[in-house]
Write a protein that binds this ligand. Structure first.
Ligand code: BTN
Length: 254
């Protein structure tokens, strides 16, 4: 069972996770924050041992075995930078850095926010946001990290893995969660003050830039070279001599 005291003792943030909601079971931590954000402070983190209807990107489901992994969401409602994509990239950088800091395992990033170890997916991130008029009202960053699960169903688009599977040792979920939140809070400041640094760090960890890729956007497929990401975190795809901006989709290397 997740030990909140052990988590709290290593939490070194000003606002993220200072209001921490722990549940044994929930439909989805993202849905919970979408429904209850009005009564919750900026930086609230909701963590659940199990999600009955965990959500993935592109209307997929996110399955995580009870009590073994990290499934949590962060609520941001103040000082919202208009650049939500950079917050998305910052979240994947935070997960990747916290895994590297604690376990000395090399991670890679896959556009736009999957974290991979040995080309297998260890973490996925789902952002939900709402606006009031032209202003962002809230951003919910839902993060799933496979920590101690070692058996996975086989019907995944990218093969899943976990920290325990790669590191051959049980990992302490409390320590990993506090580290990920500590790093994420720092990166949120960088998103505001020095967004270029986020882009540079992200580029460095993405080994797919320069590769021939296929990108699936709904039922559509595009082929090209993953040329770069732009200042907003969108992918620039080189198709023949043309550069195209891609805002979402699933990539595979050809
Ligand atoms: C993806 O890679 O498709 C994104 C997966 C995001 C999963 C997390 S787990 C916590 C939060 N609550 C959800 O229902 N989804 C996100």
């Amino acid at each position: 069972m997740f030990n909140i005291e052990n988590f709290d003792i290593k939490l070194d943030t000003k606002f993220i996770g200072r209001n921490f909601i722990y549940t044994e079971s929930i439909d989805s931590t993202n849905t919970y924050l979408m429904q209850n954000f009005n009564n919750l402070p900026h930086g609230t983190v909701v963590f659940s041992e199990f999600q009955e209807a965990g959500k993935g990107r592109l209307k997929r489901t996110w399955f995580s075995e009870k009590g073994l992994n990290l499934t949590f969401s962060i609520l941001l409602k103040e000082n919202l930078s208009s650049n939500i994509n950079l917050i998305n990239l910052a979240a994947s950088l935070a997960v990747s850095s916290s895994i590297e800091n604690l376990y000395q395992i090399k991670t890679e990033l896959k556009w736009h926010n999957d974290v991979l170890i040995n080309k297998k997916k260890v973490s996925g991130i789902l952002l939900n946001s709402t606006s009031k008029g032209s202003e962002l009202e809230k951003i919910i960053i839902g993060i799933g990290i496979n920590v101690n699960q070692t058996k996975f169903p086989t019907d995944y688009k990218i093969r899943p893995t976990s920290i325990k599977y790669e590191h051959r040792k049980e990992a302490k979920r409390e320590r990993l969660l506090s580290e990920a939140l500590n790093v994420f809070e720092k990166l949120l400041i960088t998103v505001k003050k020095n967004p270029k640094e986020i882009l540079e760090d992200w580029r460095e960890k993405c080994k797919m830039i320069g590769e021939h890729i296929t990108i699936e956007i709904g039922d559509d497929k595009k082929y090209g070279i993953f040329y770069d990401i732009d200042a907003n975190g969108y992918m620039i795809l080189k198709v023949g001599e043309n550069l195209e901006k891609i805002t979402s989709g699933d990539i595979t290397i050809r």
